[in-house]
Each structure stands twice: as structure tokens, then as C-alpha cells.
Design a protein around this ligand. Structure first.
Ligand code: IDC
Length: 457
């Protein structure tokens, strides 16, 4: 802002307008700036980000106009604006949460599109009819001081976003444990210090399997261990996602009594904390959406009775694919949402197995439903096989663009390529050197450790 004012002062002086124009009038003359980036592109389709900076007077409603240069380019689905297209002319109108743009403020919009010939970038943009020729370079905001939980405080759902204590959208980036019945040794003071300090993770997902030697074998013991890990995450300023890791059998209703007992207990115990998010079922499979919805509408009230304000995440059909892996799609949820407030829906993917059709579903769904990628892998859906770096990068760019939070499977040394650490790491005390990382761990550490830009006002 200081630079903007300095720039305006210079222009005004040169033009001899100091007396005639206040800073706001001069600012109006500078219009706007647009950065258009193609975040990913595949056969016939692409994903574009459009960052609009208002360099003019503050506005309470804006329209962005531009033309797609090639006749074959079409907007398929847009977000963070109301999008329309007529011939080559595209219009995006600000929505409730970004309609007001102060001078220097930015709105991040995006869309998925299709193309037939080339896919050139548009170059001429107009904001409220004024050409966007602004060249102001604001320095990126300095990251706020403090841990993720210090900065963001208690979370809630606002529109389709996860929002912080300032009611502003945030993206949490972090890691999931493996099954704590098998890899408990990986979760100790040293490994969680590394996760918080080296990885700069915002989040620890605590995967408590229900079957496969999990919770059902020792409810009290697993409940206590989950609570301990919540405390360890809290002490390091990370959010804790409590994952009731149902998998086989896939119908969460099989475990509904266990779920009620477990969530009554952990929600009562953790109600006073700012860092807890509840994931009430991991990956429903072989069950209809109405069966999952019925489960959610029985378990959510149990959580709310003890912890009224925490965010709850509901798994979706087809291993939390919003139904896509069962040949359905997000419309079954959009048309028949869970009857509860402050909830999000889980979306999972494994980058080597799930690609464009899943990315399209997520892009479409993101403008309609609050989504949280509570689990994903860089590898195939088996948890093994080669890492798919290109697909993983396309996914993570898309999640960043949409501000969708994520946790990667797994922060463990399991003998499988989805694990971040090489086998044997958890038997030692070094979680920090690059030598202990698998390819997947190296990629994720690189992505997660970049500075967060959590809004603080
Ligand atoms: C896998 C583990 C593997 C374990 C198996 C069965 O990586 O070690 O033997 O579960 O419990 C999921 C599940 C997650 C799976 C993971 C990889 O949520 O439990 O973990 N996956 O297969 N959904 C898609 C993939």
C-alpha cells in the first residue's frame, strides 16, 4: 500500500494534479491488474486461475470482462465468481465473499475450461469497464507470526470454504498417520516436532482404524491414544483431524454404535480445544449415499451435543470419491445434502489411479460443496506402485487454487511407496534429514513447508 501511495503521489505530481485529485481519484485512474495462469492442462481441458487486483477506487460490486482468444475455448465451470460466456466474451461477476474489493485488494477466481485448437491466454481484461493495465507489484504479505492454530484459532465452515477466526478462507496442508494400531511408533515427540517445524505442517490426521486390529479390539486404549495425539498436535500448534477410519466393511452403519460411543467420548474430552476436527467415517464403500447420510445424521448430533462448534467431515460414496468411483457424481450430495450445519464432505484420490475425470468432479463440486481432502496418495489406490509426480502436482495445484485443505497418506515408514519415510525410520530418532524420505515424502515436504498465507484480518 505504501508503494501504491508513493506511485500515485509521483503520477499526481508529474501531472500537476496534486490539488485537484485525492489519492482515491488518482487510484481510480490506474484501474486494475490481472494475472492469468493455466494451473494445469490436459487433453482438451484446462484449469485457469485469474487473480484480479483492484487498483482503482474501492468497489462494492465488480464485473470482470475478457475475451478467450481461440474460438474453441469454453468456460466449463467457474468458482469464486458468477461466470458466463457469450461467443468469445467471458464475464465474471463478484460473489458474496469477494464482491467488496478495497483499493489494492485481490480476488482469486478460477475456472475449468475446454479447448479444441490452441489454448492461448487472454491478455485484455476490464474491471468494471476499465482496462486492467496496472503494473503495481505489491510485495507478498509477510507470513503472520505464530503457529497455524495461533493464527487461525477455531475453524468453521463459511460458504464452501473452511474459514478461520477472522471469517476468511484458509487452506490447511498436512499429513495423515498410517493406522495407529500398526505404526504407533512413528508418532512421538521427535517425529511430531519434525512435522511441525521442518515440514511446517498445519495438520495431523489421526487415522484410527475401527477394524483390522483397531478400535473394536480396545476402545478405551485407542480412545486414549487418539486424545494423546490431539494434545501432541495442539502443543505444536497443529490442527488434529480425528479420523474414524472405517474401510472394511464399507457401510459405516456397521459401526454406528461404536461411532456414537467413540465420538461422545472424544468430543466431550476435546470440546474446549481450538484444534480438533472430526471425520466421522473414512471411506464408505458398497453403500448408497442415503445410507451414509443417515449415518451422518445420527452421529453428528452426538458430536454436537458435546462439542457444538467444531467442524465435522462426512465421507462420501465410492471410497470418498463423491460417488465417482461408483459411476455417480457429486449431484447426489448437492441434491440431498446432510442435514447439519458446519460440515464438510471428504474427497479422496490416489494420483496414479485417479486423474482428469476425478479432477473435473472435484472442480465442479468445489463451487457447490465444502470439501476437504482428508486423505490422498501420490501413488496408486493400493498405497503402492510408482509415485505419479505429474498427476500429484496437477492435483496439488488444483487444491491450492481452490483453497481445499488436504492430508497426505502417510506420515509413516510403512513398507509401501505412499509412506513418507523409508522403512526403519521410526525405529530411530532422525525424522529430519533428507536421507530418511521416500520420493513421496520428499515431494510432500517440499509442498507443505512453503509459507502459509493465512489472512489475519
Ligand atoms: C492401506 C494401507 C495398507 C493397508 C491397507 C488395508 O496403506 O498398508 O494394508 O490400507 O488396511 C485408502 C484407505 C487406506 C488405505 C489406502 C491405500 O483409506 O486405509 O491404506 N487407501 O490403499 N483408500 C484409498 C487408498
Amino acid at each position: 500500500m505504501k508503494r501504491l501511495l508513493a506511485l500515485l503521489a509521483t503520477c499526481a505530481t508529474v501531472l500537476g494534479l496534486t490539488a485537484a485529485l485525492g489519492p482515491q481519484d488518482a487510484a481510480a485512474a490506474t484501474g486494475c491488474k490481472v494475472e492469468y495462469t493455466v494451473a494445469s492442462q490436459w487433453q482438451g481441458g484446462f484449469q485457469a486461475g485469474v487473480k484480479v487486483t483492484n487498483l482503482g477506487a474501492p468497489t462494492n460490486g465488480w464485473t470482470l470482462d475478457f475475451a478467450l482468444p481461440d474460438a474453441g475455448q469454453k468456460v466449463a465451470q467457474g468458482w469464486n465468481a458468477t461466470w458466463s460466456q457469450s461467443g468469445s466474451a467471458v464475464t465474471a461477476v463478484g460473489v458474496d465473499w469477494n464482491r467488496t474489493l478495497a483499493t489494492g485488494a485481490t480476488a482469486d477466481l478460477g475456472f475449468s475450461g475446454t479447448f479444441t485448437g490452441a489454448n492461448p491466454k487472454p491478455t485484455a481484461f476490464e474491471l468494471n469497464g476499465v482496462a486492467c493495465t496496472g503494473t503495481l507489484e505489491e510485495p507478498p504479505p509477510a507470513p503472520a507470526d505464530g503457529t497455524p492454530v495461533d493464527i487461525n484459532g477455531p475453524l468453521h465452515v463459511c460458504g464452501v470454504n473452511l474459514c478461520n477466526q477472522y471469517d476468511r478462507p484458509v487452506q490447511l496442508r498436512g499429513m495423515s498417520t498410517h493406522g495407529i494400531q500398526w505404526f504407533d511408533a512413528c508418532y512421538n515427540a521427535a517425529s511430531l516436532d519434525a512435522l511441525a517445524n521442518d515440514w511446517k505442517s498445519d495438520l495431523l490426521r489421526i487415522s484410527m482404524y475401527v477394524q483390522e486390529d483397531g478400535y473394536e479390539t480396545d476402545p478405551a486404549g485407542f480412545t486414549a491414544r487418539v486424545n494423546e495425539l490431539v494434545d501432541m498436535a495442539e502443543a505444536r500448534g497443529m490442527y488434529a483431524l480425528i479420523d474414524f477410519h472405517t474401510l472394511t466393511p464399507g457401510d459405516p452403519n456397521y459401526n454406528i454404535d461404536r461411532a456414537k460411543t467413540f465420538f461422545a467420548s472424544v468430543a466431550a474430552r476435546n470440546a474446549g480445544k481450538k484444534n480438533v476436527i472430526y471425520e466421522i467415517t473414512n471411506e464408505p464403500n458398497g453403500v448408497s449415499w442415503s445410507g451414509i447420510k443417515s449415518y451422518a445424521e445420527q452421529v453428528i448430533p452426538v458430536v454436537r451435543a458435546a462439542d457444538p462448534d467444531a467442524v465435522v467431515i462426512v465421507g462420501t460414496r465410492g471410497w470418498s470419491s463423491l460417488g465417482v468411483s461408483d459411476g455417480s457424481n457429486e449431484s447426489e450430495v448437492v441434491n440431498n445434502p446432510v442435514n447439519a450445519a458446519n460440515i464438510m464432505y471428504a474427497f479422496h484420490f490416489y494420483a496414479a489411479s485417479h486423474k482428469d475425470s476425478y479432477r473435473s468432479a472435484l472442480s465442479r463440486a468445489a463451487s457447490r460443496l465444502p470439501l476437504f481432502v482428508t486423505e490422498f496418495g501420490t501413488v496408486s489406490a493400493t498405497g503402492g506402485g510408482a509415485m505419479d509426480q505429474a498427476s500429484t502436482t496437477a492435483w496439488l495445484d488444483l487444491l491450492d487454487q481452490l483453497k481445499i485443505s488436504y492430508a497426505n497418506w502417510t506420515y509413516s515408514d510403512a513398507p509401501e511407496s505412499s509412506a513418507a519415510f523409508r522403512p526403519g525410520t521410526c525405529g530411530g530418532s532422525d525424522y529430519s534429514s533428507s536421507g530418511v524420505l521416500n520420493d513421496s515424502g520428499a515431494l510432500l515436504k517440499n509442498r507443505i513447508s512453503t509459507p502459509d498465507s493465512f489472512p489475519t484480518s
